[in-house]
Ligand binder design. Structure first.
Ligand code: ZN
Length: 260
């Protein structure tokens, strides 16, 4: 009952949102990934991005002027991974905070030995279990289909990953997926990237930052899956296949509905 009422209220607010179709189109016009979604899929992408704006609180930090177009762009990038999963996969957290550029996190954290650290490294994005997603606008703008870089998809992939046992590189898998196979495929790709980085004789297929930990690996290959899918499929077809089944999208063949 609550679900129906909530949906009704959201539909009501959606109709009154002062955003027209042209504004949405212009906010994402130069993002190549958005061109992949046409017709009814594009309508659904727009509708989900507006619902994302209704459900989440956008805030700006560091004196950034966060206008409607910026919010529309971030929201559209954010909902691409859950286009076939549903917005409920982003339940349980509320804020998206946007800084002008890389930011120094203000929080402290405790390590396994009980030591509290204050991270001093500037970050392009950050996502906490129940907390906000924090983004650098400069990095949102640096989205790049050549390198596969997309900080919004990266941070939102962390959110999906954290839905099951924290940021361990394994989001909640669908019933028709096999956790052991996921583990095997990702472990092999990890070893492959490690070997490529160590050999240092060619461009790594994904950002070597992926080797920080399994959670980063999942987020980095998720960025690449949406931004540079051909390269990911060519390099690690089995990783591509696992992500195709998880995200229920096939970015290399967007017109084809992925099978189960
Ligand atoms: Zn990350």
């Amino acid at each position: 009952m609550f679900g129906i009422l909530r949906r009704w209220r959201e539909d009501y607010r959606l109709k009154r949102l002062p955003v027209n179709h042209a504004q949405w189109e212009s906010a994402i016009a130069d993002w190549p990934v958005a061109r992949r979604y046409q017709g009814a899929e594009r309508e659904r992408l727009k509708s989900l991005s507006l619902r994302f704006i209704l459900r989440k609180q956008f805030e700006s930090g560091g004196g950034l002027h966060l206008d409607d177009a910026m919010q529309l762009r971030i929201a559209t990038m954010a909902v691409v991974p859950i286009l076939e999963l549903g917005l409920d996969w982003y339940e349980g957290w509320y804020s998206v905070i946007v800084y002008p550029a890389e930011f120094i996190p203000q929080h402290e954290y405790e390590d396994d030995f009980g030591v509290v650290h204050r991270d001093r490294h500037p970050l392009s994005g950050e996502a906490w279990g129940q907390g906000p997603v924090i983004l650098s606008w400069e990095d949102v703008q640096a989205t790049d289909s050549q390198s596969g870089y997309n900080v919004v998809i990266h941070e939102l992939a962390h959110k999906l990953d954290m839905l099951a046992d924290g940021p361990n590189g394994s989001p909640p898998l669908h019933k028709d997926m096999d956790a052991a196979q996921w583990q095997r495929v990702f472990t092999a790709a990890w070893a492959s990237l490690q070997a490529i980085v160590e050999a240092d004789d060619r461009e790594p297929p994904v950002d070597p930052y992926a080797l920080e930990n399994p959670g980063e690996f999942f987020s980095v290959v998720s960025e690449t899956f949406f931004e540079a899918p051909e390269r990911l499929k060519q390099t690690w077809p089995e990783v591509y296949e696992q992500l195709r089944r998880f995200y229920r999208q096939d970015p290399v063949q967007p017109s084809h509905r992925p099978g189960p």
